[in-house]
Design a protein. Structure first.
Length: 291
């Protein structure tokens, strides 16, 4: 199975798990909060941070935008969606800040114009959100950039995933197993789908988790997920639709630590007696006992 190069790192079987901290819309339209979250990801040892980019008038209908929805930016759903979108100056700041702190950054673009907008920043990869997996026009547009693609598969059948893989091609593609509920129920995470998808498609498979805890995401990495993604927040009690399904600073740090410890612990599968075991063996085994 071929690995996929994301920036300077190789992602795939036998490689360290690529850990993505999704800022998403948890910045609440505040560039300073976005930078704080990036700093949290860096301190935790994450490999990348991810945002979301939409052209609001393209992604949402006028009816949806005019729907009443009181929020910090106004009284309608449109006020909210526009308030959560960063512009070019904001992404200039994000790009420069990520260069300074030496972490990859990229986005999930929800429409073709957003792809074109982000291309000027030359991201190392693009993420296809689960909601966009059946949007052939968007898939083709992202593929034209020539960048690697991470494609989430939440709320999608195998037929729909098969079709998306046909549209995208398997080159430089990583599928992400996902359950698209926020937060996700543990009994619906279905982590065994990860090795099943690896076998079915013969390409790297990652995991995008929306559960509240940490152990199951670590388990996903142990089951073969080449990259994992979790939303991050400064405080789960903050205002915002994704905060409750996110990890706080201590949580994302523990996640990266535990994944790295598991990677160290996996070994090569060959049973052996380690040199450090020999004195213990001599001390504890019964003298003269035969196997």
């Amino acid at each position: 199975m071929k690995s996929v190069n994301i920036g300077k790192k190789s992602v795939g079987s036998g490689q360290p798990c690529y850990v993505i901290a999704e800022v998403g819309i948890n910045h609440n339209g505040d560039i300073d909060l976005a930078k704080r979250l990036i700093s949290v990801a860096v301190a935790a040892g994450c490999d990348a941070v991810k945002f979301q980019k939409r052209t609001v008038e393209v992604v949402y209908s006028e009816k949806e935008l005019s729907t009443p929805r009181p929020n910090p930016f106004g009284e309608t759903n449109g006020d909210l969606k526009r308030g959560l979108e960063f512009g070019e100056g904001d992404y200039d700041e994000i790009s420069n800040f990520c260069k300074q702190v030496k972490i990859d950054w990229f986005v999930s673009p929800w429409d073709e114009a957003s792809v074109d907008f982000i291309e000027k920043f030359d991201p190392p990869v693009y993420k296809i959100a689960s909601a966009s997996l059946t949007d052939d026009a968007l898939l083709k547009h992202v593929r034209k950039t020539g960048k690697p693609i991470l494609a989430s598969t939440g709320m999608s059948t195998y037929d729909e995933i098969d079709h998306a893989v046909d549209v995208l091609g398997k080159e430089n593609l990583v599928l992400m197993h996902t359950t698209s509920t926020y937060p996700a129920k543990y009994e619906q995470l279905n982590l065994k789908a990860i090795p099943s998808m690896i076998e079915r498609y013969g390409i790297p498979v990652g995991y995008s988790g929306h559960e509240t805890g940490i152990p199951t995401t670590v388990a996903a990495a142990v089951l073969g997920a080449c990259c994992v993604e979790r939303h991050i927040t400064m405080d789960r009690a903050m205002w915002g639709s994704d905060q409750a399904a996110s990890l706080e600073p201590n949580g994302i740090s523990r996640l990266v630590r535990d994944i790295r410890l598991c990677e160290q612990s996996m070994g090569d599968g060959v049973k052996r007696v380690y040199e450090e075991e020999i004195p213990v063996m001599k001390k504890l085994r019964r003298v003269g006992a035969a196997a």
